[in-house]
Design a binder for this molecule. Structure first.
Ligand code: NAD
Length: 483
C-alpha cells in the first residue's frame, strides 16, 4: 500500500495528486514547499498542479459520472460506510497527518477525523433519500419529480479544518450521485489525499473522487472555470468567494459558499455567568480561533459586565499555547493576527489578556499566539468588525435587549449567534431576530453532521450538512406523462 501511514511527519516527502484512482505527479513537475506551523521548519512538498492536471481530473470524473449516477444505491452506501470505517480504523494516522499540516493539538485533530468519518457514515446511510414527489395535476396527467445529480462537482476547501471540510462537501455530493474534483488548501493537503486513497482501497470506482493539489489561482480557478464542472462547493474567505462567484455567474453554475464569520455571543444579565465565560473562551480559542463559526464578539449586558470580565479573564488562563492551544497554521496568517494587536490598540480597545505571540518550549519558531481578549470594545472598531481568524475575542457592553440585537446584526457576516439567558422567552425572541444561519441558546456551537450549516450575508449561501445538503448537490427534474 502506497500509504503515508509510516512516514515521519517531518520527512520532506512529495505529495502528489490523486486522479482516476492513482497517485499522479503534477504535469508541470513543480512542488510547493510547506512549513510546519509548530516549528517553522520545512515539512512536505505539495504538487503545484495546473490546468493540465485539472483537465485530467475532470476527464476522469466525467468518465465515471454516468456509472456512479446509476450505481446501485445500496452498494454506494456500503462503500461510503466502508470508507468511514477505514478512516476510523486509521484515525490516529490521519490525525497525525492533520497535526503535521496544522499543528493543532492531538485531541482536536482526533475530533476532526472522527467528525470527517461521520460525514461518510451519515450520508452513506441516506443513499435512498434523493427521491421525488408525485404531483398529479389533472386526471389525464401523471406528473412526478426526481432528484438528479449535477455530474461533476468541484470542491475547494481551506486550511483550518482540512479533512472535515472536504468530507463535509464530498460525502453528500457522492450520495446525490455526483463525482468529485476537489482541491484542498495547498498548505494542508495530506489528509484529503489520504482519504481519496482510502476510498480507492475500499472499492470506490476510479474517477469518482479526484484530488488536484496546488494553489487557488492555478488549480482552484481552473476547476471553477472548467465547462464540465456543474457545481462548486467553496469554503474559504469572502474575497475568494466573490472571485469564484464571478466565474460561476459567467458560466451560470450554482455555488455553495461557506465563508467567514464574526459571530455574536450575547450574555444577558440573568445568564449562568460561569458557564457563559468558560464557553465564550472556547468560542474564540477553539482551533486557535481559526474557525469560521468562532464566537469572537462577546456582547455582555452592563449589569454583569464587570463580573463577567473577571470570570472570562480567569477562564482564559486554562487555554495554554502549545498544550490546549495550537499554532496559527500559516506564516501569513500568523503575521495577520499580530497586525490586529496594533489595530485594536489604535482603536482604543482595552487589552484584558494576551495580545502577543506566545513562547512555547521547543517551538521557538512556531506560530503561537497568546489567547487574547479586548474589553470596552465598541462595535464600530475594526477589531469588532473584521475576521481575525486567531484566538482573539472582544467584549462589548450593551444595555437593552434591543441594543444587543442591533449590535449583533450590525456586521457584514451572519454565521452563528449564541445567547446566554435563563429567560427562554427572551432567548427565543432574540434568536428569531439574529441574522445568522445557526443559533445556540445556553450552549456553544454543538454542531453535528445532522444539523444544516451555512450563513447569512457575507457568510455565504447554500447549506452544508444534514439532509438539506443532499438537495444542494442535486436538482429536480419534473416528468409529465399523458394518461
Ligand atoms: P481562502 O479563501 O484563501 O482559500 C480557500 C481555498 O480557496 C483554498 O483551497 C485556496 O487555495 C483556494 N483559492 C484561493 N484563491 C482562489 C481562486 N482565485 N480561485 C479558486 N480557489 C482559490 O481561505 P483560507 O485562507 O484558506 O481560509 C480562511 C477563510 O476560510 C476564513 O475567512 C474562514 O472564515 C473561511 N472558512 C469558512 C468556513 C465555513 O464553513 N463557513 C469554514 C472554514 C473556513
Amino acid at each position: 500500500m502506497n500509504s503515508q501511514a509510516n512516514m515521519p511527519t517531518t520527512a520532506l516527502a512529495h505529495l502528489d495528486h490523486w486522479i482516476d484512482g492513482v497517485s499522479v505527479k503534477p504535469a508541470g513537475g513543480q512542488y510547493i514547499e510547506n512549513i510546519c506551523p509548530m516549528t517553522g521548519e520545512r515539512s512536505v512538498n505539495v504538487a503545484a498542479g495546473g490546468e493540465a492536471d485539472v483537465v485530467r481530473a475532470v476527464a476522469a470524473a466525467s468518465a465515471a459520472a454516468d456509472s456512479w449516477r446509476r450505481f446501485n444505491a445500496a452498494e454506494r452506501g456500503r462503500l461510503m460506510l466502508a470508507l468511514a470505517a477505514k478512516m476510523r480504523a486509521n484515525k490516529q494516522m490521519l490525525a497525525e497527518l492533520e497535526r503535521a499540516d496544522t499543528g493543532k493539538p492531538m485531541a482536536g485533530a482526533l475530533a476532526e477525523i472522527e467528525g470527517s468519518a461521520q460525514y461518510f457514515e451519515f450520508y452513506g446511510s441516506l443513499v435512498y433519500l434523493p427521491t421525488g414527489d408525485v404531483l398529479d395535476v389533472s386526471p389525464d396527467q401523471h406528473v412526478f419529480t426526481k432528484r438528479e445529480p449535477y455530474g461533476v462537482i468541484g470542491v475547494i476547501t481551506p486550511w483550518n479544518l482540512p479533512l472535515n471540510q472536504a468530507a463535509r462537501a464530498i460525502a453528500p455530493a457522492l450520495t446525490a450521485g455526483n463525482t468529485i474534483v476537489a482541491k484542498p488548501s495547498e498548505i494542508t493537503s495530506r489528509t484529503t489525499i489520504e482519504m481519496a486513497r482510502m476510498a480507492t482501497e475500499v472499492g470506490f470506482p476510479k474517477g469518482v473522487i479526484n484530488i488536484v493539489l496546488g494553489t487557488g489561482r492555478e488549480v482552484g480557478e481552473a476547476i471553477v472555470s472548467h465547462s464540465s464542472v456543474r457545481k462548486v462547493a467553496f469554503t474559504g474567505s469572502v474575497g475568494v468567494g466573490r472571485a469564484i462567484g464571478r466565474i460561476a455567474a459567467e458560466r451560470i453554475i450554482p455555488l455553495t459558499l461557506e465563508l467567514g464569520g464574526k459571530s455574536a455571543n450575547i450574555v444577558f444579565d440573568d445568564a449562568d455567568l460561569d458557564t457563559a465565560a468558560t464557553e465564550a473562551v472556547k468560542g474564540f480559542t477553539l482551533n486557535a480561533g481559526q474557525v469560521c463559526s468562532a464566537g469572537t464578539r462577546v456582547l455582555v449586558q452592563r449589569a454583569v459586565y464587570d463580573a463577567f470580565l473577571e470570570k472570562i479573564a480567569e477562564a482564559v488562563t486554562a487555554v495554554v499555547p502549545g498544550e490546549t492551544l495550537g499554532p496559527i497554521i500559516t506564516p501569513a496568517q500568523f503575521q495577520r493576527v499580530q497586525s490586529y494587536f496594533e489595530v485594536a490598540e489604535d482603536d482604543g480597545a482595552r487589552l484584558l489578556s494576551g495580545g502577543a505571540v506566545a513562547d512555547v518550549e521547543g517551538c521557538k519558531d512556531g506560530f503561537y499566539i497568546q489567547p487574547t481578549i479586548y474589553a470596552d470594545v465598541t462595535n464600530d472598531m475594526r477589531i469588532a468588525q473584521e475576521e481575525v481568524f486567531g484566538p482573539v475575542g472582544v467584549v462589548i457592553p450593551f444595555d437593552t435587549e434591543e441594543e444587543a440585537i442591533r449590535i449583533a446584526n450590525d456586521c457584514d457576516y451572519g454565521l452563528i449567534g449564541t445567547l446566554w439567558s435563563r429567560d427562554i422567552s427572551r432567548a427565543l425572541r432574540v434568536a428569531d431576530r439574529i441574522e445568522a444561519g445557526q443559533i445556540f441558546v445556553n450552549v456553544w456551537n454543538t454542531m453535528s453532521v445532522q444539523t444544516p450549516f451555512g450563513g447569512h450575508k457575507n457568510s455565504g449561501y447554500g447549506r452544508e450538512k444534514g439532509i438539506e445538503a443532499i438537495h444542494h448537490y442535486s436538482h429536480t427534474k419534473t416528468v409529465t406523462v399523458k394518461i
